[in-house]
Design a protein around this ligand. Structure first.
Ligand SMILES: Nc1ncnc2c1ncn2[C@@H]1O[C@H](COP(=O)(O)OP(=O)(O)O)[C@@H](O)[C@H]1O
Ligand SMILES: [Mg+2]
Length: 360
């Protein structure tokens, strides 16, 4: 396994503000890594540090095995693709593509040949003579990517490249980027605040918050076994529900207070007696059954149907979201039974938020 990018104990301060806290990250050659997290968590700072646009305050950063400490951005051989495309408006598509080659002294015919090769891969051949203003958002995005590809960089760095596009184009472009990545056998680091984008595009997802990596791994590993409450609530859509609960005095059971009902569930592994927890339940792992046949009864507050599935919100404290397939007959005001799938219960410590090694 070759590592293309390695970060060990990377820290970044902006003055007194600690923007990156002990970041350890190993990115395999050929992998597609997504950095995801709420706005301000340090994603762009991390990406810009890879590109050399920010100087890290402590730690070690390697690209293709070489320490980058004193290597300026233009010598790092990585390509940034931004949300704003940053195309030159007064240049045609072809000139935008060949600019970086021309300033490196590559002659005109060779540069044209390279532009045509890339344009064939990215479907830009018919557009080479156009100006950026004559292109759609998706086409501009493709030019920005092609301009990165033509340099044959050691890694592609994307900073929220799709946030300016409308929803359907975004879905289309995310497939296009992923397919291009596979075809080029590239190494890509992709920043997004959109967990769906991260989950669907990447083979390794890094979840950040407040400058810290909360968890990293395969997207489905984060979904199946979130390490803490934050990751549990961040990954998955609609978001996981959380219900407060308390371990029994003997540590073998869990008392769950929900609405007027208190239910007790046996724990698969004993937990610290009387410990306060949060039970995490994904909306897609809850089902609605006739009244009295579930673990709890609920009243429906809101029904939102997408046609294929229905999102149900309950009148309870805390409020729950349930996703059912079909569900067209459900109405607000209906009283129903709520059934919990014991195989899919997540338990988190109330104070630390950490995942606990037990279930129902
Ligand atoms: N040049 C800067 N000077 C001071 N603070 C900055 C600078 N750039 C970013 N920050 C701060 O660092 C934090 C992380 O920013 P950023 O990496 O842009 O977050 P993200 O990309 O995840 O939204 C934010 O709190 C931001 O305000
Ligand atoms: Mg950012």
């Amino acid at each position: 396994m070759t590592l293309q990018i390695e970060l060990n104990g990377v820290n970044k301060y902006y003055g007194a503000f600690h923007a990156l806290k002990n970041i350890d990250l190993a990115i395999k050659k050929g992998s597609f890594v997504a950095l995801v997290g709420p706005s301000g968590c340090g994603k762009s700072t991390l990406l810009r540090s890879l590109a050399g646009l920010e100087k890290i305050s402590a730690g070690e950063l390697k690209i293709a095995g070489d320490l980058m400490t004193n290597v300026p951005p233009r010598k790092r051989d990585v390509a940034m693709v931004f949300q704003s495309y940053a195309l030159y408006p007064h240049m045609t598509v072809e000139e935008n593509l060949t600019y970086s080659l021309r300033i490196r002294g590559i002659n005109k015919s060779e540069a044209r040949k390279a532009a045509e090769d890339v344009a064939t891969t990215t479907g830009l051949m018919p557009l080479l003579k156009r100006y950026p203003r004559e292109l759609s958002g998706g086409q501009r995005q493709r030019v920005a990517m092609s301009r990165a590809i033509i340099r044959n960089p050691k890694a592609f760095l994307f900073d929220e490249p799709l946030s300016n596009l409308d929803a359907s184009l975004r879905v289309h472009m995310r497939k296009e980027i992923r397919l291009l990545h596979d075809r080029l056998k590239a190494t890509s680091v992709y920043v997004t605040h959109d967990q769906i984008e991260a989950m669907t595009m990447a083979d390794h997802v890094v979840v950040m918050r407040d400058g810290v990596i909360e968890q990293q791994g395969h997207p489905l590993a984060l979904y199946d076994k979130p390490a803490n409450r934050f990751v549990a609530g961040f990954i998955g859509s609609p978001a996981m529900n959380f219900i407060p609960a308390q371990v029994s005095a003997d540590g073998a059971q869990l008392h769950l207070a929900f609405g007027e009902r208190r239910e007790t569930f046996g724990l698969t592994t004993h937990l610290e007696p009387s410990r306060k927890l949060l039970v995490g339940l994904r909306p897609e792992n809850l089902s609605l059954v006739p009244v009295g046949e579930g673990d709890f009864d609920i009243v429906i507050a809101l029904v939102e149907s997408t046609g294929s599935s229905t999102y149900v919100t309950t009148i309870t404290e805390p409020e729950l979201t349930i996703v059912v397939s079909g569900g067209r007959a459900m109405r607000s005001g209906d009283r129903m039974g709520l059934k919990i799938d014991p195989m899919s219960v997540h338990l988190f410590d109330l104070d630390s938020g950490r995942r606990l090694p037990s279930t129902f």
